[in-house]
Design a protein around this ligand. Structure first.
Ligand SMILES: [Zn+2]
Length: 217
C-alpha cells in the first residue's frame, strides 16, 4: 500500500505533521511524557493523523503515524493510540481544535487526585499565567484509560483549551502545537505550585479570574 491512498497531502498538512513529530520529541525531552505514554493527533483535510499505540514519543516518525477518518476508521497498517476515542471526542466537540495532546503530567494528576469533584469542577487556579493561557480547566471523574465512558465524559465537558482527567492526566487542544505546549506547561506549573504551597494555598477569586480572562479575550 502506498501513502497516496490517504488522499491529498497538501503542504499545510505536511507542515502540521512535521510540527507534530517535533512536538512528540520535545514533550519527551521535557519529561512531560515517559516510556510509551502520551499521545498526539492533528486534524488534516481528510481525517486525523495520530501517534501509534506502543510507540514512545521519542521514536515517532512519519512512518509510524496512524491515520483515521473523522469517524475513527483506520486506514493503513499502523494501529492508532488506544486513546483514539478521546481525540475524536475533542474534535467532535471543538470544531476549531486542529491539534490534541494527551499526557500524564505528575503534578496535574496529583492535584486532580486530591479533589472532591462533588464540590469542585475546575483545577484550582493559583497562577495568573495559567488562567491567561488555559482559562479555567475542568476536571472529569476517573474512568478507565481508553474507555468509551472516558471519551464520552470529555466530549460532554465544556472546555476552553484543556480537560483534566482525574487520577489519569490531561488533554490539551489548540489550533497549533506551539500553543498547545504552552497551555500544557502552564497548567502543569500551576499544579506544581499548588502542591508546593499546600492545601491552604490561596486560589484566585472568581473576580480575579474574570479580570484575567477579559484581558486575553
Ligand atoms: Zn492516558
Amino acid at each position: 500500500m502506498h501513502n497516496h491512498v490517504f488522499g491529498m497531502r497538501t503542504a499545510n498538512n505536511m507542515d502540521l505533521q512535521d510540527e507534530m513529530i517535533r512536538t512528540c520529541r520535545l514533550l519527551f525531552q521535557k519529561g512531560l511524557a515517559t516510556s510509551t505514554s502520551g499521545n498526539l493527533s492533528a486534524r488534516v483535510d481528510d481525517g486525523i493523523v495520530l501517534t501509534a499505540t506502543g510507540v514512545s514519543l521519542a521514536d515517532v516518525t512519519e512512518q509510524n503515524l496512524a491515520r483515521t477518518d473523522l469517524a475513527g476508521n483506520v486506514s493503513g497498517s499502523v494501529r492508532p493510540t488506544k486513546e483514539l476515542g478521546l481525540h475524536l471526542a475533542i474534535y467532535n466537540r471543538h470544531p476549531d481544535a486542529r491539534v490534541v495532546i494527551h499526557v500524564h503530567p505528575a503534578h496535574c494528576i496529583a492535584v486532580s487526585a486530591q479533589m472532591d469533584l462533588n464540590r469542585e469542577q475546575f483545577l484550582p487556579a493559583i497562577t495568573p499565567q495559567s488562567v491567561m493561557r488555559a482559562g479555567r480547566v475542568p476536571v472529569v471523574p476517573y474512568f478507565p484509560p481508553g474507555s468509551a465512558e472516558l471519551a464520552q465524559a470529555v466530549e460532554n465537558c465544556p472546555a476552553r483549551s484543556a480537560v483534566a482527567l482525574q487520577n489519569h492526566g490531561l488533554v490539551v487542544f489548540a489550533a497549533e502545537f506551539v500553543k498547545a505546549i504552552g497551555i500544557l506547561e502552564e497548567i502543569e506549573d500551576n499544579c506544581r505550585v499548588r502542591l508546593l504551597a499546600g492545601p491552604s494555598a490561596r486560589t484566585l477569586t472568581q473576580g480575579e479570574i474574570d479580570l484575567l480572562l477579559k484581558r486575553v479575550m
